[in-house]
Design a protein around this ligand. Structure first.
Ligand SMILES: [Ca+2]
Length: 400
């Protein structure tokens, strides 16, 4: 495995310029309608060997998605204000019912309670965290019934796997760690790691391909998926693949989830070297990786793949966190060092607008606070950015 090829993983550096090779060769082709027919026929003959076939995409559409002009103007954002600073790669962040938040530091596993105007209050470290490349303490989410059960869920890279655990927050300390979902493959790159409870009360978990792209297409592997489990980790009866936690598959590395109007689930996805993606997630959907990065073109004639609604060059995005507020998705960009506002009309994402360029550096996580401000975490101390004084930080941003 080439480190260079995989390290575009988050594609947080300058991948878009230097390493388009593989994808371009896959997507740069001549559109010939007859070839589609030929491909269909050939696939029909040799069935599951479709992957090895040369296919001829539509050069006009393959790769990029062109969203429609937004029918609503995204709101103006206020100036970012520090909530907490001096943190080591803050990753997961979750609000508690009193309006404070828990934030986790990826490499150390330390968790702190934070609130505007107050110093961070350490509440302990998540056990067994392995500081492994992109892995470590990743997503954190409070139980929807936190006031009763005091449960906090965490997505953790250990020495053996990625896993979801719960802990209880009691007297300003995290205690009683328990396993919820184990055996998610881990690697130095592509560990996924976002946790989110849906309006259906289910826990959604994003995973990466962990450096084995084909596993994203393997429904028996937990790699390269969005998973959906009950709060205790068991498989819901109404998942698309009976007995399986898999909710959608064919993902490379998803680190952003948000539920929008209509209970629709949106997800960000790191491209390899060409096209980052915003996807609307359908249960059971195949999102194409590793056969397709970006929009699939002619291969969709022979494979039932779900195309992204918006794509970006990796240099402008490398998207991690995602949040929804009042009809707009907010997407944090690591390599792109900006925040993308993406208005949504019904189930269609509209043309995105970039804000906060050159302001905060790499943006990892985006959350909506109970008072409808955005809270963002930076990721400038992870070795891929240029730390500013006080990095890394959690900031609040008002929305006019
Ligand atoms: Ca895709």
């Amino acid at each position: 495995m080439s480190i260079r090829a995989e390290s575009n993983g988050e594609a947080e550096s300058n991948g878009g310029v230097e390493s388009n090779g593989g994808t371009k060769s896959r997507t740069r082709a001549v559109a010939v309608a007859a070839a589609v027919v030929l491909t269909v026929a050939t696939v029909a003959v040799i069935g599951t060997r479709w992957k090895a076939l040369p296919w001829v995409p539509d050069a006009e559409t393959v790769g990029t998605a062109t969203p429609p002009e937004a029918s609503l103007t995204p709101p103006e954002l206020g100036k970012p204000a520090d909530v907490a600073s001096g943190l080591a790669v803050p990753w997961g962040l979750t609000f508690l019912p009193d309006g404070s938040a828990l934030v986790g530091e990826r490499p150390t596993g330390e968790v702190s309670l934070i609130a505007p105007g107050e110093l961070p209050e350490p509440v302990g470290s998540v056990p067994d965290v392995a500081d492994n490349g992109e892995g470590g303490l990743l997503g954190i989410v409070a139980s929807p019934t936190f006031e009763e059960d005091r449960l906090v869920y965490a997505y953790v890279t250990t020495n053996t796997d990625n896993r979801v655990i719960t802990m209880e927050l009691r007297n300003y300390a995290l205690v009683n760690a328990r396993e919820v979902l184990t055996g998610i493959p881990d690697a130095s790159y592509h560990d996924g790691g976002r946790l989110l409870f849906g309006p259906d009360g289910m826990l959604y978990v994003t995973t990466g391909d962990a450096g084995v792209p084909d596993n994203a297409q393997d429904l028996t592997s937990l790699s390269g998926k969005i998973l959906r489990v009950n709060a205790d980790g068991s498989v819901p009866d109404d998942n698309p693949f009976p007995g399986s936690p898999v909710w959608s598959y064919g993902h490379r590395n998803v680190q952003g989830l948000a539920f929008g109007d209509g209970g629709r689930l949106w997800a960000t996805e790191f491209g390899s070297s060409a096209y980052d993606e915003l996807n609307l997630i359908n249960p059971g959907g195949n999102y194409g990786w590793p056969e397709v990065e970006g929009v699939s073109g002619a291969i969709s004639e022979v494979r039932d793949l779900v195309d992204p609604q918006v794509t970006w060059p990796t240099s402008e995005a490398s998207p991690s966190g995602l949040a929804w507020l009042d009809g707009v998705l907010y997407m944090g960009a690591l390599g792109g060092e900006r925040l993308w506002q993406i208005p949504v009309s019904g189930d269609v994402a509209q043309k995105p607008t970039a804000v906060l360029e050159g302001t905060l550096g790499r943006i990892r996580t985006v959350m909506v606070a109970p008072d409808a401000q955005l809270w963002l975490t930076t990721s400038n101390t992870d070795g891929r950015g240029e730390p500013r004084d006080g990095d890394d930080r959690v900031v609040s941003v008002s929305i006019d």
